[in-house]
Unconditional design. Sequence first.
Length: 119
Amino acid sequence: MMVDASTCPVKCLGSRWEDGWRYYIFRDVVGQERKLTWSQMTRRPDIVALFGGNISWLKSHFPYHTTVMKSHPDGSVSHHRIVSDFMISDAANWLASECLIQASEKHLKHTILAEDHTP
């Protein structure tokens, strides 16, 4: 599934190395800049916090499906597949890749600007 980054309520700003760790840099839903390590991004509470507790965007783009059973008055049982949560690994991978894309684009733009000023 292709995810349109412009629809994401969290903005991926880039990535950087600091103190021996790669940090992924975001602007969360309340506008605060946040940096997370990979291990933090694979923990549900940290991703949910980026989104201010509202996981509806995550569920619609990285759905985790569950099958539920419903009993009917006639004794029959039907099975329904529902989206019960989001796939943490898929969300973390996408967020990390978007940060790396942003970091690459910033580096490329900086390199091009530097070359434009080379005598």
